[in-house]
Design a protein around this ligand. Structure first.
Ligand SMILES: *Cc1c(COP(=O)(O)O)cnc(C)c1O
Length: 400
């Protein structure tokens, strides 16, 4: 009989979105007259289609595969040079120097933030924020790694800071954050980099929402902080930047400076280990997708993406203005597609979910789904349509 990875018994069922769908279905069945008025602001997926230049590039790449001179077979597991160079150029335009050789192209920040755990032994202490993007917790639970939490609360604006009394080997940070929409500034990120350098820890930095940053002073990469290349891996994705949630393209930066001493005294490079891991277990992102993704990182390509992001920003503004008017405490809404607010009337988040659905036919995401500290908070997203978001905010305004 095979011995199973029994750590899977400790992974919680992904209950959140299934439970939301169940409650919405019950409501639709019991209120058929209201069913078509439901507005969904809970989604964490983009809704605008791919941009014009991405579509053009996809067509070009597809056609190139019909000709033997330009046909592509197996590609380099780390990604094509042209795509890694396009990403490095994009970093450079934001004032950050990243060596194309440090960039690994992949099919998702979810896959990479999950798979990276393989490089670390199971007796590490992993520090994650609460509330948190559940992937960090579930993947480390599957490994059987010890997870400790740091509190995101109203007092720290949901931006937990390092505590010298806590010793962590691996630290997950996500900024701008999902679910809270909060973003670390340079001083705060520097405190994290200093902590990691002092404690010989590694930071796993998820910057999936960097393209939503408008505030020029906010760091769009952890490498905006001196010393970060000695302690941090960065994960980013075109999912939210360019609407690639179905198309699939992400990138992970593992600097060659990231070296640690093994128990036998050898020096191990995380870059080399990740390269070995990917070459063995990953076949690379499709050439066609890399070709189109490279177009996203050009100035014209990114300008088109920013137009789409601007559409979402307008929704975020509408939501933020409504909350401000109602004196409801919130984070996000700027520099992020998410708005995270305190449930009115001291309600708990599932109670508020039902209340909002019953009384305004708005569907959002209960904070409890992201951790203990989310139990009195609620997440709305700006990925809906303007008209729907505006209508939802009108109802919200009338309700409170
Ligand atoms: C959406 C999202 C990503 C992107 O994941 P992909 O696997 O690249 O689609 C990464 N991190 C967070 C926190 C996200 O919300």
């Amino acid at each position: 009989m095979p011995k199973l990875n029994e750590n899977y018994q400790n992974v919680k069922d992904s209950y959140l979105f299934a439970e939301i769908a169940r409650r919405v279905k019950v409501y639709e069945e019991t209120h058929p007259d209201k069913a078509d008025q439901i507005i969904r602001l809970g989604i964490g997926d983009v809704t605008l289609p791919l941009t014009k230049s991405v579509i053009e590039a996809l067509h070009e790449a597809v056609d190139s595969q019909a000709v033997s001179e330009t046909f592509m077979g197996y590609g380099p597991e780390q990604g094509y040079e042209f795509a890694r160079k396009a990403i490095a150029d994009y970093y450079a335009r934001n004032g950050i120097e990243v060596d194309p050789a440090a960039i690994f192209i992949s099919d998702g920040a979810k896959s990479d933030t999950g798979n990276i755990t393989e490089l670390f032994s199971n007796d590490n202490v992993v520090l994650v924020p609460d509330p948190v993007y559940p992937v960090y917790v579930d993947t480390n639970t599957m490994d059987g790694k010890k997870i400790i939490y740091m509190n995101g609360t109203e007092e720290n604006d949901f931006l937990p800071m390092p505590d010298d009394k806590v010793k962590a080997d691996i630290i997950y940070l996500c900024s701008p954050n999902n679910p809270t929409g909060a973003s670390y500034n340079k001083e705060q990120l520097k405190a994290w980099v200093d902590y990691a350098l002092k404690n010989d820890s590694v930071i796993l930095y998820d910057s999936a929402y960097e393209a939503f940053i408008t505030d020029q002073d906010l760091p769009r990469s952890i490498y905006a902080i001196e010393g970060a290349k000695e302690c941090a891996i960065e994960f980013c994705s075109l999912s939210k930047t360019a609407g690639f949630t179905g198309t699939r393209f992400s990138y992970t930066v593992v600097p060659t400076e990231l070296v640690f001493t093994a128990s036998n005294g050898a020096t191990l490079s995380l870059h080399d280990m990740w390269n070995r891991r990917q070459s063995t277990k990953f076949n690379g992102t499709p050439y066609i997708i890399q070709y189109a993704a490279a177009r996203v990182f050009t100035e014209e390509g990114m300008a088109e993406c920013q137009q789409n992001i601007e559409y979402y920003r307008e929704n975020a503004r509408m939501i933020a203005e409504t909350l401000k008017k109602k004196n409801i405490w919130f984070t996000g809404g700027v520099n992020s597609p998410y708005i995270w607010f305190k449930c009115p009337k001291e309600m708990e988040s599932w109670e508020f979910f039902d209340y909002l659905l019953e009384n305004a036919q708005i569907v959002g995401t209960p904070g409890a789904g992201f951790g203990e500290n989310g139990k009195n908070y609620f997440r709305l997203t700006s990925f809906g349509k303007h008209e729907k978001t505006a209508e939802a905010m009108k109802r919200f305004d009338e309700l409170f």
